[in-house]
Design a protein around this ligand. Structure first.
Ligand SMILES: [Zn+2]
Ligand SMILES: [Zn+2]
Ligand SMILES: [Zn+2]
Ligand SMILES: [Zn+2]
Length: 275
């Protein structure tokens, strides 16, 4: 028989957490936790629509299981995406925050929203879905020439999926007529902490004058960051329309090159704007 000192804190935690399962919905029990007359526990959601305990048939009490709740507050619960590969554990206080940014969470189809696409899936399935349903909004290259019609430039808003280096990214482009600025941000889809391992380089050239160009380099941002926050904090490419105007070509288009790069160990980070 193992003594307590031979068991790791983690295995003690895990064996207690495994007891914290609602007998009705099988979700983890988290406060508020209720109990029947014989002290069998139930989650608050299930208590709303069930009157008798499925274990003993007794009625549920209106008082909460304070002691059980106190234990729950001290436990580390596994991420709800455990079955698809997230092995992280958090206190009740932090787990919801983790679920919002967990790279194994369910993703919505952002580019398909305008077409009412209801797809939901994991990050590793986004590319397949995009290729099947929205192939015109995908690029499979790490360098792309992008062109927008200057006649309608002030209203341009664009969202595309970029697949490069066996990873996926969102390319976001927005012209804000009120602010008279364009915003361009590339977001890395995956674990937040890896977003800083990629950069994107924006190059705007005038077709009349090879010497005249603007090159801006930036790190990709995590896809968990809100796009408006990225734009507002200028953690992206921001250019005034007045500047862009000088680069409109003879076909009345604005075109630029975007290059995605993986940051290699020892790479100079000069010229890369961090927040
Ligand atoms: Zn329940
Ligand atoms: Zn009971
Ligand atoms: Zn997770
Ligand atoms: Zn879709």
């Amino acid at each position: 028989m193992e003594s307590i000192s031979q068991l790791s804190h983690e295995s003690v935690n895990d064996s207690i957490v495994s007891l914290f399962e609602c007998p009705v919905c099988y979700e983890y029990l988290t406060p508020p936790i209720y109990q029947c007359k014989n002290a069998h526990n139930i989650c608050s959601k299930c208590k709303e629509h069930i009157t008798k305990c499925p274990t003993c048939g007794e009625i549920y009490l209106d008082s909460r299981s304070v002691f059980v709740e106190q234990i729950a507050e001290r436990l580390l619960y596994p991420c709800k995406n455990l079955e698809v590969g997230c092995y992280e554990k958090y206190s009740l206080q932090d787990i919801e925050k983790h679920h919002e940014v967990c790279s194994h969470r369910m993703y919505e189809c952002l580019p398909g929203k305008a077409d009412n696409c209801k797809w939901k899936g994991r990050s590793f399935d986004i590319l397949t879905h995009m290729m099947d349903a929205h192939a015109s909004s995908c690029w499979m290259v790490d360098e792309n020439n992008i062109l927008y019609d200057y006649n309608v430039f002030e209203g341009v808003e664009d969202l595309q999926l970029v697949s490069a280096y066996h990873e996926v990214f969102w390319y976001n482009f927005k012209c804000d007529a009120t602010k008279q600025k364009l915003f361009l941000a590339v977001q890395y889809i995956g674990p937040q902490e890896l977003a800083c391992t990629f950069t994107y380089e924006f190059e705007l050239c005038a077709d009349t004058d090879e010497e005249k160009s603007i090159i801006i380099k930036n790190r990709t941002r995590p896809d968990t960051e809100k796009l408006n926050d990225i734009y507002d904090s200028a953690s992206c490419i921001v250019l005034d329309f007045a500047t862009v105007k000088h680069f409109v070509d003879s076909n009345n288009s604005v075109s630029f090159c975007l290059r995605l790069k993986r940051v290699m160990a020892g790479d100079s980070t000069d010229g890369i704007k961090d927040r």
